[in-house]
Design a protein around this ligand. Structure first.
Ligand SMILES: Cc1cc2nc3c(=O)[nH]c(=O)nc-3n(C[C@H](O)[C@H](O)[C@H](O)COP(=O)(O)OP(=O)(O)OC[C@H]3O[C@@H](n4cnc5c(N)ncnc54)[C@H](O)[C@@H]3O)c2cc1C
Length: 155
């Protein structure tokens, strides 16, 4: 049985549960590489969720640190939504070519160069992590590139 999250003034537009988790996470100490001794909000993971939180947290004037151990942006732009859409678009193109004869268009049988498609997919996403690092910088969010772990002093 989980405890109900207390009301938070920051929950206005973004839902209370995420902030409850963040507020609980904030007092935990990170590893010895922590650049600042104290932050108001510590975000573990630079995916959609973590990035989304940076905006209201900074708007609220809080000092924010985000920890990411892999690619900034997380699953969606690097391994999920965005690369998937490149592959789906290629699939649609193949499908349209294969059914072109319905419209009286005569084309030769399409041939997929899988390696070229994967190259295109990688090319389309490769700039995203660096671009997101600049976004964080512009928002005034400190970025730590490390594996985050936390512990409670009583355990
Ligand atoms: C193939 C695929 C296709 C998808 N397509 C869509 C789509 O079309 N539309 C859609 O809405 N959603 C899609 N999704 C889902 C979407 O990618 C996820 O909902 C979204 O990425 C979740 O964001 P998140 O921030 O919660 O987690 P993530 O994006 O997974 O980010 C978590 C981040 O935390 C980091 N991290 C984890 N643990 C630590 C640690 N201890 N220390 C430091 N960093 C850590 C990870 O490296 C990662 O970058 C797709 C997912 C997949 C797999």
């Amino acid at each position: 049985m989980g405890r109900s999250p207390p009301p938070s003034p920051l929950a206005r537009d973004y839902g209370n549960h995420a902030y409850w988790a963040l507020e609980r996470a904030a007092p935990l100490r990170l590893s010895s590489i922590m650049a600042s001794d104290r932050v108001d909000v510590l975000i573990l993971g630079g995916g959609n969720a973590g990035f989304g939180v940076t905006v209201p947290a900074r708007e609220a004037g809080l000092k924010v640190t985000l920890v990411e151990e892999r690619d900034l942006g997380g699953t969606c732009p690097n391994r999920g939504c965005t690369p998937k859409k490149v592959l789906v678009a290629a699939g649609h193109a193949l499908h349209e070519i294969e059914r072109a004869h319905i419209h009286g268009i005569d084309v030769s049988r399409p041939c997929l160069d899988w390696a070229a498609l994967i190259d295109r997919e990688k090319e389309m996403i490769k700039a995203i992590p660096d671009s997101l690092a600049k976004t964080l910088d512009a928002r005034g969010v400190e970025l730590l590139r490390d594996h985050a772990s936390s512990w409670a002093p009583t355990r």
